[in-house]
Design a protein around this ligand. Structure first.
Ligand code: SIN
Length: 478
């Protein structure tokens, strides 16, 4: 978005679709992030956007820093952020207005349901400006404030994400660290957190210490409740989630069954190498006999989820033609076979069924999930931020562990192809997916732009937040 054209009056009146009123449970929502730099706002915004998009509510992030970097091409120092620097204050105010202008366009013209304005917004004056601009929009505003005083968490955040941003491309690491700390001090000088009395009429959620403690005030819609639920599940602990696709006859006698059981043994050995036994990593499975058998044979604590009962793995495997007849949306362009459920669920049904599981995966410190191919695809769609049209293009090879490790702005995926031949080892491919805090049209980067691959991991997938993918291939001895 050219910044200059977005300054001044906001051009688009917000058009709500017919039948939508201020009271609509799904009226467009502007989420306004609040908090000092390095308090995890962007990471929170990215997780929220990923969750809401996965649920089917189009969501995009509008990051003030990105607009400022477009406007001021070469960053000099923290002086830009000093409250006494009039020029700096003006630039930042104009950038905020430009981002809000685009957010408004997204909600009114581009089918967006939620726009997240990702900026510090640490002063009452700034928040009043946002509310004033919103007065004629008819859109609900929810403030999400991130509060954290833990010096270790703040330092880790600066090191992991802030030093890598474009502002510091010409700085040494030490100089960047010093400058960023001074930048925080500039904001601290004028910091006015949301206040229980002063802001009592506003809808807001305060997230303390990355989700340990939440204060929720005047939620005004179903969408805002969904947002609160997502934020309540966030945890700072590092974790890996493992996904394993079950085979139709793992629990039955017969020739193929023997081979499948050998892969289950290989899986048990792999999980052992990952220290799963030592850390007591749980296996999540449905109640069907086949999945329960596999779960119990792995030597890990088993937790049963009725959410994983959608598919009886002994059900038929359908051709793509049969599948498209059964699925009303989402899977229609599938090539090759697909497990079909006796319940004949469509994409949205499966997302809704798996939602509690996904929230719990965010809250827990890891799990191994035994699932069907369809569930695997939809869980990958969540972690990799893949849109429903692209879910069927994900390569979901059999006998493969999908190891997903969330990172502050994305997710690292390792696909580990298990082999039954002791001499072949198992092959691990890994891919770091980093989402930009973008959202502004100019900041969106073409998909897989920075890819350096030595093995093809999955078909090209499109995602509005996807900016950078790195792939490497390594072979480990078994
Ligand atoms: C930035 O320009 O990097 C952030 C602006 C803000 O959110 O205050």
């Amino acid at each position: 978005m050219p910044i200059d054209s977005a300054l001044g009056a906001l051009a688009f009146p917000l058009k709500l679709s017919s039948g939508t009123s201020d009271h609509s449970v799904l009226s467009p929502t502007l989420v306004v992030m609040v908090g000092l730099p390095a308090r995890g706002k962007t990471s929170m915004a990215i997780k929220l956007a990923r969750y809401l998009n996965w649920l089917g509510f189009p969501t995009r992030i509008f990051n003030a820093g990105q607009y400022r970097r477009e406007s001021v091409k070469s960053y000099k120092s923290h002086e830009l952020f000093a409250p006494t620097n009039e020029e700096g204050v003006n630039i930042r105010r104009h950038c905020a207005r430009a981002a809000l202008h685009d957010a408004r366009w997204y909600l009114s013209e581009a089918g967006g349901k939620v726009a997240i304005f990702d900026a510090t917004n640490t002063t009452r004056e700034r928040r009043a400006m946002i509310l004033e601009l919103n007065q004629d929009w008819g859109c609900k505003v929810l403030f999400v404030e991130s509060l954290c005083d833990d010096a270790d968490v703040i330092s880790a955040n600066i090191k992991q994400v802030k030093l890598n941003n474009r502002d510091y491309s010409t700085f040494s690491r030490d100089a960047a660290m010093t400058d960023f700390r001074k930048r925080i001090e500039c904001y601290e000088a004028a910091h006015e957190p949301l206040d229980e009395n002063f802001d009592r009429k506003l809808s807001y959620i305060k997230v303390v210490d990355g989700g340990c403690h939440l204060i929720v005030n005047k939620l005004a819609s179903h969408m805002q409740s969904k947002i609160a639920i997502c934020l309540m599940s966030l945890r700072l602990c590092s974790r890996s989630v493992y996904l394993w696709q079950l085979e139709g006859d793992s629990g039955r006698p017969g020739s193929d069954s023997t081979r499948n059981w050998q892969f289950v043994e290989a899986l048990a050995q792999y999980m052992h190498k990952e220290d799963a036994v030592k850390i007591g990593l749980p296996v999540w499975s449905g109640h069907h006999v086949s999945s329960s058998h596999v779960a119990q044979s792995l030597g890990l604590p088993v937790q049963h989820w009725c959410e994983l009962d959608g598919v009886d793995m002994n059900d038929c495997i359908l051709s793509s033609n049969e599948a498209s007849q059964h699925f009303r949306d989402g899977f229609a362009r599938r090539e090759g076979p697909i497990h079909q459920t006796s319940k004949q669920e469509n994409y949205g049904d499966v997302v809704r069924r798996l939602e509690p599981l996904v929230l719990e995966l965010e809250r827990q410190c890891g799990a191994l999930v035994l699932c069907s191919e369809m569930e695997l695809r939809i869980l990958l769609a969540y972690f990799l931020d893949v849109g429903r049209d692209d879910v069927m293009h994900l390569k979901c090879a059999k006998h493969t562990v999908f190891k997903l490790t969330p990172t502050p702005y994305g997710c690292k995926m390792e696909t580990v192809h298990l082999s039954l031949e002791p001499t072949n080892g198992h092959r691990t491919e890994s891919m770091d997916i980093v989402w930009t805090a973008a959202g502004s049209p100019s900041a969106r980067v073409s998909h897989f732009e920075d890819r350096q691959m030595s093995g093809t991991l999955c078909a090209e997938i499109s995602s509005p937040l996807l900016a950078q993918v790195r792939c490497s291939l390594k072979v480990e001895p078994w």
